[in-house]
Design a protein around this ligand. Sequence first.
Ligand SMILES: Nc1ncnc2c1ncn2[C@@H]1O[C@H](COP(=O)(O)OP(=O)(O)OP(=O)(O)O)[C@@H](O)[C@H]1O
Length: 301
Amino acid sequence: MKTIDVINVTKTYGEKLALNDVSMSVTGGEITAILGPNGAGKTTLLRIVTTLIYPDRGEIRIMGQDPFKSKEVFKKVGYVQELPNLPPFMTGRELLEFSAKLKGANREEIHRVLDLVDMKENANKKIAKYSKGMIQRIALAEAFLGDPEILIMDEPNVGTDPVLNLKVREVLMEMRRGGVTVLMTSHELEEVKRLADKVFFIYRGKVFFEGTTEELVMRFLGVRVILETRDRESLISALKGLEYVKGLEESNGKFVIELQKDEREELLRELVLRGVRIKAFYLDQDLEEAYERAIREAGAR
Ligand SMILES: Nc1ncnc2c1ncn2[C@@H]1O[C@H](COP(=O)(O)OP(=O)(O)OP(=O)(O)O)[C@@H](O)[C@H]1O
């Protein structure tokens, strides 16, 4: 399987403990995002996974192999570094040609990835003359080369415009359909909500939460259902006596119902049974607010 395992990894820079006994398993064929505030240890983790730096303790497995011992595994891994430091004296095309040789990709592949990131017109320019977004585009193109089985991306959306971001999202979803494993860091919570099957929330070098974005929201924000109805009175009377309903707020014509635990199915069934006509019923998915609360909770520990 195209899995990535991080096993009890610790890393210090001098006195600074950047990763503190971190373990995580990235499931093959899924998109996994690492979240966490600046300085949490995300880049350090990806640099260890890609063997750019050594951990003080712990081990990495990529597709079951120790990448520090068998570099061969990287032929099938695409990697986008944070703020990629590409050779300025090369053109984008030259860099991709060099990389294609290492990965055993052909010329058509170079053509394909340049097209994918919309860089055909600028491919023959020196990287020194690229804008920030163009550098990121070429770094993405390089990662997409050679049919990777695993993609590791450190903040792939930094510096790129919304049109490219949409395209990259489509490419990633397409790759997921093809069974590619993606491990990425991001501060773009909307993007994470759309893409990630699973997230790891890292705080001060430790994994503080793992689960889906929906689970993250429920864990830190509680279970809040948003309901739209014109039957205000019957809703209020139907909610009375439901012991798992913790609170009710009305805002902008919508009702926010706070539940003690995830009793969404039960609640919907009860409301329908009691004749409340419902226009919309969905979980409050405010990932930004949940993220902010997760940081507060982690910091208070
Ligand atoms: N080369 C280095 N030398 C010393 N300290 C470092 C080095 N690289 C990172 N650190 C420290 O290690 C900690 C983790 O940094 P890291 O870059 O992994 O965080 P991050 O989660 O990727 O942050 P960001 O979201 O800002 O990219 C930080 O406290 C940082 O200051």
